[in-house]
Design a protein around this ligand. Structure first.
Ligand SMILES: [Zn+2]
Length: 415
């Protein structure tokens, strides 16, 4: 077929336009990379790795939804069991609280750790700590059983793989506060048998571990506390040191023969709060090949927000001041990214995760109002110049590595 000569200028125009588009996309990509090739401290090695890695492909920022969906996304801490105990249906989307199944699906969450926090007012919950924990575990199980096609408890790495393959969310059962075991290793074993795969050693202090927010009583872990850690290692239960005092973290690291995690903790160098981790502890947890999962609570994220909140509560604020305090603007999502950046800088890319603390704190930062907003973190990290491989580690890959290592040892059926 003969092409009319009149169309030649049009073809030339299209060719020039294509060259221009390719040039602009490539130039933007190069600029983006220069603004923040994160990773470890050795930049020369990082650059080489980036060049050689498949993740150095051009990332289409208009396709964040699909990029995020293809990552294994994990949130290592929520207190949603409180709302389940009050009778919410996890399958219905609401604007109450931060988590339900539709919002988890929208947020592309593959793995959600559900904590049973044993720090309840005794008046409301008169049961013993162990009985209260069992009540919470049962409430979670029966809620998940109502939505068998959408969410399933994960006991092993294979369970997670199967759930991901069938488009379900993996729910990991956790205990927050070692007093749940009532100073009895048999109870710890019973909780393992009932499906618990992670335990935060201490919420506020117990008989064998000091917490970060109370006067130390045991100088870290007692001998029994060390036995608890060893037994968790033996069973294949992840040891979590969020809420623990600095000395408790160090004692745990000395005893544990498996990587440990801080399931919902921020960085002290950015916001000086007793719940946050100093750089030495970050390095030590990273050295154990463990993971520190950034908490989304504005008070832990932002020094200014925390200071203002403290000011109002310390001075017995007037009701007007209190209402100003409650209206205080939370920090933006960029604060979460700051904490991630710091963890990467101090502990390396393999030590960072996300532990929202949703349904257990308020307010979260602007941009992360609930679990449906998780893709925003992927977007912000890519904008900062993290490679896809690095973003995958932060969004869930690092936690999954610890879960595989600790919980992949054997397969004990759920009771
Ligand atoms: Zn907590």
């Amino acid at each position: 077929m003969k092409i009319p000569k009149a169309l030649f200028p049009f073809f030339i125009f299209i060719a020039i336009l294509s060259i221009l588009v390719i040039f602009v996309v490539k130039w933007e990509y190069l600029l983006g990379k220069e603004t923040g090739a994160k990773s470890n401290s050795n930049n020369v090695i990082d650059d080489l790795e980036l060049e050689n890695s498949p993740s150095s492909e051009v990332i289409n920022m208009n396709d964040i939804g699909n990029i995020h969906k293809n990552l294994t996304v994990c949130d290592t801490h929520c207190d949603t069991v409180d709302r389940i105990l009050k009778g919410i249906n996890l399958g219905i989307r609401t604007d109450q609280g931060h988590i339900d199944i539709p919002r988890m699906q929208e947020g592309g969450v593959d793995i959600q750790v559900f904590a049973c926090c044993i720090g309840r007012p005794k008046k409301e919950y008169p049961e013993s700590y162990a009985k209260l924990t069992t009540k919470m575990i049962n409430a979670l199980k029966s809620e998940f059983q109502k939505h068998p096609d959408k969410i399933a408890i994960a006991l092993t790495p294979d369970d997670i793989k199967n759930s991901i393959d069938s488009g379900k969310i993996s729910a990991i059962l956790a205990i927050e506060g070692g007093r749940a075991i009532e100073n009895n290793l048999d109870k710890l074993r019973e909780f393992y048998d009932s499906g618990v795969r992670l335990m935060t050693l201490v919420w506020n202090s117990n008989d064998w571990a000091d917490s970060s927010q109370e006067k130390p009583k045991h100088n870290g872990l007692t001998n029994f506390g060390k036995e608890v850690v060893r037994e968790m290692n033996r069973l294949g239960m992840i040891v979590d040191v969020s809420h623990a005092s600095d000395k408790t973290v160090l004692d745990t690291l000395e005893v544990s023969n498996a990587p440990i995690i801080a399931s919902h903790s921020c960085v002290k160098a950015i916001c000086d709060h007793p719940r946050n981790l100093n750089d030495d502890l970050i390095k030590a947890i990273a050295k154990s090949e463990g993971v520190i999962c950034v908490n989304f609570y504005s008070v832990f994220l932002d020094q200014e927000f925390k200071d203002k909140k403290n000011l109002y509560s310390k001075n017995k604020a007037s009701s007007e001041e209190n209402s100003i305090s409650s209206r205080q603007k939370p920090p933006s999502i960029s604060k979460v990214i700051d904490h991630i950046d710091h963890l990467v800088k101090v502990g390396g890319i393999d030590c960072v995760g996300l532990g929202s603390d949703y349904d257990g704190m308020n307010p979260p930062p602007e941009g992360l109002e609930d679990i449906s907003k998780m893709p925003r973190i992927t977007e912000e990290l890519l904008k900062k110049g993290y490679s896809l491989d690095e973003v995958g580690k932060i969004m869930g890959g690092n936690f999954l590595r610890v879960f595989n290592r600790v919980c992949g040892k054997k397969d004990i059926p759920i009771l």
